[in-house]
Design a protein around this ligand. Sequence first.
Ligand SMILES: [Zn+2]
Length: 387
Amino acid sequence: MNETSATGPQQPSLDPVALLAALAACPTTSFHEAYVAAGIWQFCRDLGLDVRHDPYGNLIATPSHLPPLAAGGAGSSTRAVALVAHMDHPGLEVTGTDPLTGVGLGGIGGITLDAPEPVWFITPTGPVSGRVLGRVAVDGATQLRLEADAPVPVGAFGVWDVGAFREEGDLLYGPAADDLGGCAAILATLAECRRRELPARVVGLFTRAEEVGLVGATLAARQELVPKDTIVISLETSKALPGAEMGGGPVIRVGDASTAFHHEGETLLRRAAARLREANPGVSIQRQLMYGGTCEATAFVAAGYVATGVAFPLGNYHNAGPDGRAAQEYIHRQDLITGVALLVAAVEEAARDGAPDPVEMRLNQRADDLSERLRLTAAGWTVGQGA
Ligand SMILES: [Zn+2]
């Protein structure tokens, strides 16, 4: 897979790895996305992106040379694109102090808790170190037994203390690649659209509370935060699978654990991949149904949008290391970088009204070439005669 690094597209003007490193310093879990939101907000300002938020705290960013997306496209015949990623990550919340107890937010079941797991409690007065000691069933619900080195109030949240972002070879390790990797990819893509002043209709949507049931995305879709004719592309890190290998390139995600996505959305990504391959025949892009989890495209499909996805193969999904201990998640540098190139190409393709789909072109060409042969051979058939 190293060949990808040698032949992959050039880094975008704004390095998504640097963005991921910066966002990885922000502790986050569902309902507690304020630190990541502040980081994204600041980056938007620095990168020339207009940013606002909806009543639920979902952020929406538009390259500042473009008008905000409006229903009907303000006279444009081209499709708008919304790039969606979520700002939260599985973690925990403190629910009682005597004794200290909490609940998990999002999927933390892959961590066995056979041994105490270090966490940081994020309190209004600063971080406090502590541990998750185990799980107990209380009234049919799972409660976490906690321990802290200083007082921690009810409502504080906790993140696994698995160490700061680091690069090791081609791998990018951090506490929450899911989905800060997606957020970094969107910021880098929009920054590149802004830098090149692409005449495209594109926004980034950074949502909340995905890990507890796609809540921010469902509310964004319900409000029609982006017009109903927008093509939604969900950006996610997702458990590496056969056919969606770490370092094999970003994955055109044709579906998730719940839903198969839209042909129209995939066609846009296929056109984008063809555009990249034209400029760089060695580029690696994968295609797979990523059944390891449900992503936000499903929330938009359910609401009637055309949606699709791009995934970055993920190691140590939801911080579960191979031994069941809490560990850093990781993704491959080149998957992220090529992913940004794929998204920029998708935005460019969306701005080309009526551009052909390479598969459709190939099929039509083949039918044109061979139709005469079929017509001539069918003319000699006796099938059906005298019936
Ligand atoms: Zn997740």
